[in-house]
Design a protein around this ligand. Structure first.
Ligand SMILES: [Zn+2]
Length: 153
């Protein structure tokens, strides 16, 4: 950033704060009518930045929730049924009941890792695409739950 740019930014900051009540991001001091580039209370340098109007994190968070349901469902049942099989090897549930749980656990865990890695790409998708992606997250979890109930019936 050169001197002219610095001066322009400070001028913009002054104009922006001239008539606005804005708290210092660090200490909360009201920066209204600030003249220098620092907070008079805590001394932090402040600037005007560009931010997104809508953070668009809703779909990402909803998808994490959808996949976490499947991961928790499969993981908890796997642990519980596994424990029952060890406790009562003869009368306990058969091994075939574990298959949907193991596959479901691995698939939802993999999908969750992929989802967490795709955070930026999910944000850039259109609204419709984000809705479909979130529905797929829940669909995956409930699909494996349905498979489990079909086998365990
Ligand atoms: Zn401050």
């Amino acid at each position: 950033m050169d001197e002219a740019d610095r001066a322009a930014r400070l001028e913009f900051l002054r104009t922006f704060l001239a008539e606005r009540d804005m708290p210092c991001p660090l200490c909360g001091y009201n920066l209204r009518a600030l003249q220098a580039g620092q907070c008079p209370e805590c001394g932090s340098e402040v600037e005007v930045t560009v931010g997104l109007m809508e953070p668009r994190m809703g779909a990402f968070v909803a998808g994490v929730g959808g996949l976490a349901i499947g991961l928790g469902f499969n993981g908890l049942l796997m642990a519980w049924i596994g424990w029952m099989m060890l406790a009562r090897p003869r009368s306990g549930p058969g091994l075939e009941i574990m298959l949907p749980l193991i596959v479901g656990f691995v698939m939802t865990a993999g999908a969750l890792v992929g989802w967490l890695k795709s955070r930026r790409r999910i944000r850039q998708e259109t609204f419709g695409a984000r809705v479909v992606l979130v529905m797929l997250c829940y669909g995956l979890s409930f699909g494996f739950a349905a498979w489990f109930f079909a086998v365990a019936r």
